[in-house]
Design a protein around this ligand. Structure first.
Ligand SMILES: [Zn+2]
Length: 376
């Protein structure tokens, strides 16, 4: 049996992982890294895996208490800095304590790891304050900056870091890797990727969450029966769908409860307010993701119908409900399909402008219904 480790959670990033592992194993870890790559490529996971490899007594086993705390953001020597609240950049109030903290001794490990998510949002003033720390951190400190692209980071910052590139994984490779990792059938893997915007780590979580899979099934069932609904049915369907979207929040709340218990065990190491805020942010983000996910599923279903109508069966991503789509595919024209897809896009736009998800989904279902009733 092969031993599992923290690096295993990175899927499809062999080059970056090989490079970082070798650095740890040969004792040649740089004092500052810049991980660049598209959102969802696994940069933050990689930063945590690197911290596990450096701090865990077992070289980053991924399963001991130390690794567990690092992955959950509970380890006092692994600090993750992210833009907070409405501010879309790192605040001076975040950077200054960081610069001070770097020079304090580690709490319990031999090294301290600082992860700066979205280093591309760092502004000149903060970067200037931060440069000296970045250039010459104390010997037991590793800085990991994350950004979508090398060019998006201030050159003064980027030039002081060793660059590690994360790539987007091509769809077919992603399907294969996901199926291998989770044991899902290829069709399930494909549907999971369609639901999660092709983000591999998110697709793994989707397949592991019965609540999220149930929301998908419900969305697909609604689309299948939509033309037979009266107005009351549509409103009811939207309401039920949103109840299902919120169900996986309970899974996240259970994880949070566990973290709070753990925090009590390591009392004083992590301020309670910070954790509370983080939990709140995660719940809001998860709810938003859940809605985005069902919208993506509606989108992929409509695209599938369009593909089938053009005889492009190989492009279908929701293979498990193909039979139900033939009826729509038999009558829908490309321009009608585009109108229905616009309805989904509109729902997404409305939600991003803080329209209630309930209203946005209701309007979307009515619009799609109108198209499907007259699919010319
Ligand atoms: Zn470990």
């Amino acid at each position: 049996m092969t031993r599992t480790c923290a690096w295993d959670e990175l899927i499809g990033q062999t080059r970056a992982v090989t490079h970082l592992r070798a650095a740890v194993e040969t004792g040649s870890v740089a004092h500052a890294y810049l991980f660049v790559g598209p959102p969802g490529a696994g940069k933050k996971r990689a930063a945590k895996a690197l911290a596990c490899a450096l701090i865990c007594d077992d070289g980053g086993c991924g399963s001991c208490r130390t690794c567990y705390r690092i992955k959950r953001g509970l380890h006092p020597d692994v600090r993750i800095y992210e833009p907070e609240g409405a501010a879309s950049y790192l605040l001076d109030e975040q950077i200054r304590p960081l610069i001070h903290d770097v020079h304090l001794r580690p709490n319990e490990a031999d090294v301290k790891v600082y992860v700066l998510a979205q280093a591309d949002l760092m502004r000149d003033a903060q970067a200037n304050a931060f440069l000296k720390t970045l250039e010459e951190p104390p010997p037991n400190v590793v800085m990991v900056l994350l950004a979508p692209a090398y060019d998006s980071v201030l050159p003064t910052v980027a030039s002081r870091c060793q660059i590690v590139r994360f790539t987007s994984v091509p769809p077919q490779t992603a399907e294969r890797l996901l199926a291998e990792r989770t044991g899902a059938a290829p069709a399930e893997a494909r549907a999971a990727l369609a639901a999660t915007g092709g983000v591999l780590s998110n697709a793994v979580e989707f397949l592991e969450s019965s609540g999220r899979r149930e929301a998908r099934s419900r969305m697909l069932a609604i689309l299948k029966d939509l033309t037979a609904y009266d107005a009351h049915d549509v409103l009811q369907a939207a309401r039920e769908l949103l109840v299902l979207v919120k169900a996986p929040l309970e899974e996240l709340k259970a994880i949070h409860a566990e973290e709070i218990r753990d925090r009590d065990e390591f009392v004083g190491k992590v301020p309670g307010k910070a954790m509370e805020d983080r939990h709140k942010r995660q719940l809001t983000a998860r709810e938003r993701e859940g809605i985005t996910e069902v919208l993506s599923i509606a989108e992929s279903w409509l695209r599938d119908c369009l593909a089938l109508s053009q005889g492009l069966d190989g492009m279908v991503v929701n293979g498990d409900v193909k039979d139900a789509m033939y009826e729509v595919a038999g009558v829908i024209t490309p321009s009608a399909a585009i109108r229905a897809l616009d309805a989904v896009r509109e729902a997404r736009r409305r939600i991003s402008y803080n329209v209630s998800p309930q209203l946005a989904v209701e309007a979307m279902l009515f619009d799609i219904q109108e198209v499907l009733l007259c699919p010319r």
